[in-house]
Design a protein around this ligand. Sequence first.
Ligand code: PEP
Ligand code: MN
Length: 280
Amino acid sequence: MESKSQRTCGELKVMKNSETRHPLVRVKDCLVGGHDVTVIAGPCAVEDEETLWATAVQVKKAGAHILRGGAYKPRTSPYSFQGLGKTGLRILASVGQALGMPVVTEVMDTADIEEVAAYADVLQIGARNMHNYGLLKRLGKVEKPVILKRGLSATIEEWLMAAEYVVSGGNDQVILCERGIRTYEPWTRNTLDLSAVALVKTLTHLPVIVDPSHATGKADLVGPMARAAVAAGADGLMIEVHIDPSKALSDGEQSLTPGQFAQLMQDIRALTSIRQRRVS
Ligand code: PEP
Ligand code: MN
């Protein structure tokens, strides 16, 4: 039997049958949610200009479309590297501009929205802020696309409702990002819920991308889960890459080297070319 909330869900602006349907999200020249798989890559955090530049040149060469890098970092410990803040935003924007790549970075605080929007082409809402309704409401008024990560323990309905806050506020440029959910399993950082990707794509017109880096926490698992995500119908990927993961100030264990990322891009290209698939 349908619950009351499920019936309400059917009337949401983010749902497929909605009149406000907007099938594509435009990030500069990049269309997310269309035929192409969009790849976002870069380090967890902007650490300094040289390191970001070295990584960005390589991910661009391998075929990434959008550059990522955190300037405001949500860290479990207040003693861990918190990001460079405004300096990080400036570095990210200038590297992105020099390479002709749009950039995405996280906005953690409502008070920072204007500042982050001045530098970023896409605003990321991190998993920990998916339930921050004040932030979501304000993003409804921003004229920049938003990547909305699924909360650490958010149900699919809660995730879609969070997107509804942004879309109903007037901003229909929302990309959903599955980044793994918290389960009882400690051998991976999170559990990648690929069934959510396939399901959500039947429910909403919004593009759905997958972040296998935070989903697994282990560089060795990023490639297999990225390939699985594309096979499951994801509209894009967000991958952490660092020029030297052993020296990364955050999330080095889950970051690919540029060489590993280039190999993954080749795999993804092969996977997306139907002619190269065979069952014999
Ligand atoms: C990130 O993308 O850097 C990040 C912190 O991700 P999440 O919010 O999914 O943990
Ligand atoms: Mn990270």
